[in-house]
Design a protein around this ligand. Structure first.
Ligand code: MSP
Length: 499
């Protein structure tokens, strides 16, 4: 029975163009979405931009334009990058979209009417880059001044009236979810949050900003002198995107299968705050919160503040286009351990796996099919290679279903390595009728290409066109189930990078 799959990325602050770290999350979510479409699931994929708050207000001021003009410009740039990277989102949500602003007002009003909101003063150290306060136990002291532990920038002292959300009332609920429910993946992250709640407790949090300090935001529905704190605004994008308040049928259809993909930096917001908000609004929790680690460069989380970003355009150029870039991002995708990217490791995966193992095999089998058989290949599938293909597909499906994209890539490569070995052992170029051998290799290439399709959709389609097959649900057309091939050409897929 076809299932349903709703996947979201964090919505990004569009204060600057996206870099490799943002692409990491977005490509990953895209791979999950494409995989689920491939196996026949009714899929919805949401990404977008988080456009309100002080950070954006200041970025616009710096450019000397209005916040709205600024975010319009940046949202367009985000879309361009995602187009170049072949991101197949179904909706690009912007927190300035009218339907979203309505959802935010409705949701905050609901919290207010339920008595979960009260007015009081707040004083604390704020990081504008994170858009959050830091407590003494959390910030770093550099030269006697409090600094952001992530951005290493001085924090700003803020003291003002605000509205609080009674987060403390949700402590038992959150503890129960983190301890007993399979929501957070990998579970290590649930334990991390649990540890923090046990150590520090759960205190109420500020959910509004005085308008005279932060004017660029959604007006608080019950007090026009305040704007909504950007995280309360942003988190709600996930329900807006699924049709909350505006399209009940859509919401019922997709919400129960929602998978949020996030980096570990925003784990607290997506567990403690988001789960409490949902509970308060009587909306079921997400099916899964899929957390990943950072891409680091020279040991630091890649980011604008650290000044160590790898540009998306550089990746695309170096790795022969969007597919090469997507491949190396997914090849090293990691949930728990930070991955320090070095040109050497990325180059070697690209050269040995994409160019040699995959690219060369496609080229060789294509050339041989044309030369020896005029392109028409029809034969019997080799049993041993068939076993390897089944095994690879099994591992692949298992990996994909547990969100482990890098193991799914490994399974695809395993199959291609088997096919290379089979080709070298059976030497179809020396045979007068190599139909069976070439058919067997083509079947392995077809299956591996199908498996890799979510990661390298452009190249996968190119191979399918060149060799004469279609990319279809591998569960419906397993090894040996494609009748015959009409090979059109033998493309060179990836050019090797020379030292
Ligand atoms: N706007 C908030 C998210 C709101 S979601 C309701 C935000 N935006 S962000 O632009 O800072 O992007 C954060 C996300 O980008 C991270 O959670 C992570 O998924 C991704 N990454 C940014 N830099 C990254 C690395 N260096 N490595 C891996 N992922 C990175 O936070």
């Amino acid at each position: 029975m076809p299932g349903r799959f709703y996947v979201t990325t964090p919505i990004y602050y569009p204060n600057d163009r996206p870099h490799m770290g943002h692409a990491y999350t977005t490509v990953y979510a895209d791979v999950l979405a494409r995989y689920h479409r491939l196996i026949g699931d009714d899929t919805f994929f949401l990404t977008g931009t988080d456009e309100h708050g002080l950070k954006l207000q200041r970025a616009a001021e710096k450019e000397g334009i209005s916040p709205k003009e600024f975010v319009d410009r940046m949202a367009k740039i985000y879309k361009e990058y995602w187009k170049i990277l072949n991101i197949s989102y179904d909706r690009f949500i912007r927190t300035t979209d009218p339907d979203h602003e309505e959802v935010v007002k409705y949701a905050l009003n609901t919290l207010y009417k339920k008595g979960l909101v009260y007015k009081d003063v707040y004083a604390g150290w704020y990081c504008v880059s994170c858009e959050r306060f830091y407590r003494a136990s959390e910030y770093e002291v550099i030269n006697g001044e409090p600094h952001c532990p992530i951005h290493k920038k001085p924090l700003e002292w803020v003291e003002e009236e605000t509205y609080y959300f009674k987060l403390s009332e949700f402590k038992d609920f959150i503890l129960d979810v983190l301890e007993n429910k399979e929501v957070v993946y990998p579970r290590d992250y649930a334990r991390e949050v649990l540890g923090r709640i046990r150590a520090e407790g759960l205190v109420d949090i500020s959910m509004a900003r005085p308008k005279d300090r932060v004017s660029w935001g959604i007006q608080l529905p019950f007090d026009p002198n305040f704007t909504v704190y950007v995280w309360f605004d942003a988190l709600l994008n996930y329900v807006t995107g699924a049709g909350y308040l505006h399209d009940e049928e859509k919401f019922r259809r997709y919400w129960p299968s929602v998978h949020h993909v996030i980096g570990k930096d925003i784990l607290w917001f997506h567990t403690v705050i988001w789960f409490s908000m949902l509970k308060a609004l009587d909306i079921p929790l997400p099916k899964r919160l899929i957390v990943h680690a950072f891409i680091t460069s020279r040991g630091l989380k890649m980011g604008k503040s650290a000044g160590n970003v790898v540009r998306i355009e550089d990746l695309i150029e170096r790795y022969g286009g969007a597919d090469g870039a997507r491949y190396i991002l997914m090849r090293y995708f990691s949930h728990l351990k930070d991955i320090d990217v070095s040109v050497e490791t990325l180059d070697s995966a690209y050269n040995s796996e994409l160019a040699d193992t995959y690219g060369n095999l496609v080229r060789r089998v294509g050339v041989l099919a044309k030369k020896k058989l005029g392109g028409r290949v029809e034969g019997k599938a080799d049993e041993t290679l068939g076993k390897a293909a089944e095994e690879a597909l099994k591992n692949y499906l298992k990996a994909m279903d547990s969100f482990d994209v890098s193991s799914a890539v490994t399974a695809s490569m395993d199959l291609l390595r088997e096919a290379n070995a089979y080709m070298n052992a059976t030497r179809p170029w020396e045979r007068s009728d190599p139909n069976n051998e070439l058919y067997s290799v083509l079947e392995a290439v077809r299956l591996a290409t199908t498996m890799l399709y979510p990661v390298i959709p452009g190249k996968a389609e190119e191979v399918a066109r060149a060799l004469g097959f279609e990319i279809v649900n591998p569960l419906e057309r397993g090894y040996g189930e494609w009748e015959s091939y009409d090979v059109v050409s033998a493309p060179i897929l990836f050019r090797k990078i020379s030292k």
